[in-house]
Design a protein around this ligand. Sequence first.
Ligand code: NAD
Length: 486
Amino acid sequence: MTQASGAIMSNYIAGEWAAAASGGTFERRNPAATTALVGTFPQSEQADVDAAVGYLAARHGEWADVTPERRAAILHRAADILESRQEELARELVREEGKTLAEAAMETRRTPANLRMYAAEAFRLTGQTFPSGDGALVLTLRQPVGVVAAITPWNFPLNIPSRKLGPALAAGNAVVFKPSEVTPLLGQRLVEALLSAGVPASALALLQGGPATGRALVAHPDVAAVTFTGSTAAGQAIHAAVGPARRCQLEMGGKNAVVVLEDSDLDRATSVIAKGAFGLAGQACTGTSRVIVHEAVHDDLVTRLAKYVLDVRVGDGLAPGMQMGPLATDAQLAKFLDYVDVAQREGAHLVIGGERLDDPGHADGYFVRPAVFDSVTPEMRIAREEVFGPLLAFLRVCSEEEAVEVANATEYGLSAGIITRDVARALRFARQVQAGVVKVNQPTTGMAMNAPFGGMKNSSTQIYKEQAGDATMQFYTVDKTVYVSP
Ligand code: NAD
């Protein structure tokens, strides 16, 4: 079943599309034109969580018993469906989240590719055997963990869920998926594709709702594992609620820096930083939010980024040639404007931007001009806290050593970059910077789908990081050690 956008949408529980038990709903509107309704969605509560988890907990063994060939074939079919709807999905993604069409198209291409990659993992779930005496056999039996809760953010509402539902289903788990309340429509679209492809009701449920729905889901004792991507604050609350006896995988926030030293190519630095900082309107976990720059090139680089901000085309992502869409929600807008204010009160210098765009072409949406600050010190809040918007903080340093020290002076450790042609310097930086991903001459955003991904410090759980290949499947499977005597 595919419902039209703007319609009243449903949860998917126990094989039925249904309203929330309470009848409660919430709305999602287009962030580029907030009068336009994207859809009305069920506000799921405890009763819906109990129904979804209870049904899957009683039946998840059915999907575990399906052959790897069939599980993989179904994931490939879901990928086919998503590919056949790529254009339509990209437009819905722009309307619901606020990306530009080019950004949305990248996501609608990546999502089916993820499903295909994880489909292959269904065949590779191997165990081990161990030498033993007396003709006995000792082996590990690899099984799905059971019911997995997948809780996701709004900034990649197809890509991130596909990196959780794909491996979870490939391994034979049942999944309760709670998309972000900001992008419920795209969450539903992914579920529709999986169900149409043949994922059975015993393996998948969709619960719409916000943090309260997420909290009820995480607390349910029949949820064996929680995979979460979102803010560090929510991740830490989930970690505490899950406790030590259940599995928890957390991909969280970032405060990503690019280091520019006296040897850096400033043309390249400007384009790499602008892409990393203002792509997705700065709303990427790996987005560049700090530029740590040698004093010899500081003023030149600030001027170049200011020029970029002056020229950047901000508008509805469906309009041709737009380089930056709106912020996703009124809360995101308020947070951005608040940080612009806080930064100035703490003594940072606003070089350009930082204001809401309220001319007739922009007044209906959450549009802003990106903000560039210099005279930022490592103690200031814009140097330490995740803004999650198009705000760039310039920190001036005198040496490579100081640059690394400043880069490491946050609680986060997701992505970091350096602009240099000096291989020794690049490798030194890669070794010394506290980040799970290091980019040399590339934006801090944009990851290979088949490479390990995850952060250090408060950006990720340090076990069960989201990875490619078997490392991902470790989270979604449990090993039992079996002793067999003849
Ligand atoms: P968020 O933490 O507010 O919400 C994420 C999801 O968790 C949503 O579905 C939300 O409803 C749910 N949720 C919130 N509080 C919860 C709780 N206490 N218990 C259970 N569920 C809860 O994040 P967001 O605003 O949707 O997304 C932005 C954040 O996500 C940023 O911090 C960004 O850095 C991070 N992010 C990280 C990655 C990564 O891979 N590291 C990728 C994308 C986004």
